[in-house]
Structure formats: structure tokens, C-alpha cells
Design a protein around this ligand. Sequence first.
Ligand code: ZN
Length: 314
Amino acid sequence: MVITLSAGSTLLASSDAMAAFDRAASRWEELIANNTNIVIQADFGALSGGILATSYPTQVATTYSELRTLLISSSAGEPDSALFNALPESRPDFALPPGFTASNYMNATKANLKALGAANLDQLYGPWDGSITFGTGYSYSYLANGVEPGKYDFESIVFHEIGHTLGFMSAVDKIVGRSSGSVDPTLFDLFRFPSTGIPDTLSEFGTSSRSLKPTDSTYWSDGASSYALSSGISYQASHWASSAIGIMDPTVSQGVKELYLTTADRSAFSSMGWDLSGGEVHHAPEPATLFMLPLGASLFLAARRVRQKRSRAA
Ligand SMILES: [Zn+2]
């Protein structure tokens, strides 16, 4: 994978921040073996209290059938092939709160669809695969080695936010705060099950009902392993339930550098069609001070066909 940064003026003006972004992007490039080129816009901007960064992955709507075909075809001969072949021909059931219905579409990030071999995405949807805003008003550490005490490690935040661009996102974040509507389940949501119905086998993985209910305790599962997901109520649902599970947790601590993928992270990205290469497995440290790292709320207010932000307010 090759990640190209399209930096806004404030980010561009900070050589330390630019270098930290490049290191985080390089880390992903080392971890992902897919022959995929993605372009991410990023800059600093004002965010509401407690939010260090927001991601706006470019999303593309597709059908379940198209998505399943891409997952199967892109994984031929790979370890994930059995998992994707366990997906039923018709879309599995997604349990939803009263007032909500699942549309006939599925959402996947544009970057993720590139990994699955979908063609002409840049021509159809524009060059950007995602946009990231880093909150102003925080003290960031830009060190390559170690983290300055009392500061947030910029490189780690970049690493996390790129993970959303790659597809770590749930439609549950469309539901929280609303009373009704139609939602497109995401590719990631194909792995979201209620705690009362976590699949233990590939067969169960195929047929079990998924849950997009914020009131459910939900787990990511591939029919073999399972990990707790954030409900979407306290923290946005496009995350693990805690930092002990992996880098895609909803919070980051001061003084901590998180530039690795845990077993849970690797399983999740692999299950979305990313080919993970090398990279040792670590366990995440315990959290200290907690701050949300949510996806921007406006992420899910976009038109169905494409999510695209051409510029960010500085
Ligand atoms: Zn996040």
C-alpha cells in the first residue's frame, strides 16, 4: 500500500507534524501488502471539546452481492477465503432499533474497495480516500521515539485515524442520536454480532443475525475469535470497546505511543480484505487519561453515493 498525504496549510507549516504523519503512514504501508494507492487529506482544525481528531473516510455504496463477490474474488487462495465463502448469497439479517430499516445498500470505504480490487474508484469518486482533522488546542508530542509526558502522541493519532479510512467504521454511528431512518450497513458491520448470538463456527458466522442496535452489547466475530465493540452510546461504535483490545479503541492516553496492531486489529482489517504482512503483535497498554477519538458526526450525513471533503477549515 502507498499512502499519499495531501496536507492543508497548517499541517504543512509544521515539519514535525508532517514527519510524524509520514512515519504513521509508513507504518501502515509496512503492515499492508495490498497493491493499493490511497490519498488522504489532513489538516489541523477546531474541534469540540475532548475530541483530538476526526476522520471522514470517503464511502461508497455498493450492494451486498457486489461486496460478497469482491471479498471472495480478492481472497482466492488466501487464508480468508473460507471466511468470505461462508457469507450467504443473500444478505444476512441486521437487527435494528425500532424506527430504523436497512437499505438495500452496503457501505464500504473507498480505500477498502480498492483493496478488494474494485476498479475506477478515483475516476468515479474523485481522488480522495479520506480526510482527517486534528484538533487544535492540544499539546502533541511529535517525537519518533518516546512521547513527551503530558502530551498526546501525534503519530499514534494519525495511525488510528488512517485505520478508519481503511474501513473500520460502523453504521451504528448513523443511528445513535436519531429516532428513525434508513441505514446502509457497512462491510465492517458484517462482523458485528450481539453478545447473545456470537457465532462459534464459520457456518454460524454466515447465518447469524448481525446487530446494529446501540443498546445491544456487541462483539466483532469471524466465527473463530470475538472482541467487544463500543456500543456507540458512550463512545462511537466504530471502535473496539477498550484500549486493551486494540489500536482502534475510542480513546488515546497522554504519553502513550500506539503504533502496532494487536491480534484483534489484525483480524478486523484482515476480515475486510486487507492483507496483513509482517508486524509483530503487541498488547495495548492500559489507558490513563481518556479522550474520545470519534469519527466526525457529519460523516454519516453524507449523500449515499460518496463521502468527500475537498477542504477542511483550518
Ligand atoms: Zn477512531
